[in-house]
Design a protein. Structure first.
Length: 165
């Protein structure tokens, strides 16, 4: 049965505090709460908060139901998408032969446009994607190691900055 900490984490999830759910949920997962539905909830919170790396750990136990397996596929796809985009922008690998499931996540949107070559090259290492009412700028930082920066705009207003390594 779930403990009080787990109930508090579920409450935070219902309130939309995904950053805390990811942080606290991963702590509880490592402390032994490997219950699949808890792991799926924590993984969804991490995905919503752009914390992609822990998804590989969380997806391992999501095998007992169709819904849990679907969550595991979502997590694995986000991990692969992040890695492919990073290699594309950092190392120049071609992505035109890749077909992955499409999800409502910024990584999935960017990969879809890159694979279809549906973007405008704006200079070395920067592209502009128009997706619905959003403009997405993808670039590589000067950091060592470099970060992949994904900025979402509505007009001139920055909606959200994502970064991945």
């Amino acid at each position: 049965m779930w403990g009080i900490k787990t109930e508090a984490i579920v409450s935070l999830y219902k309130k939309g505090d995904y950053k805390q759910v990811c942080k606290l949920g991963m702590r509880e997962y490592y402390r032994g709460n490997k219950e699949p539905h808890f792991a799926a909830m924590v993984g969804m919170a991490c995905a919503k908060n752009d914390v992609i790396n822990p998804l590989g750990i969380l997806q391992r136990s999501l095998v007992t139901t169709k819904a849990l397996r679907s969550s595991a596929t979502y997590f694995a796809t986000l991990i692969l998408t992040k890695r492919l985009l990073y290699q594309h922008f950092i190392d120049g690998i071609k992505l035109d032969s890749f077909v992955l499931p499409k999800y409502n996540h910024i990584l999935s949107t960017v990969l879809d446009h890159v694979v279809r070559k549906d973007y405008v090259q704006m200079g070395r290492g920067m592209i502009r994607i128009e997706s619905g009412d959003r403009i997405i700028l993808v670039s590589v930082s000067d950091d060592k190691p470099a970060r992949l920066l994904v900025d979402e705009y509505a007009g001139a207003k920055l909606l959200q900055r994502h970064w991945y390594q």
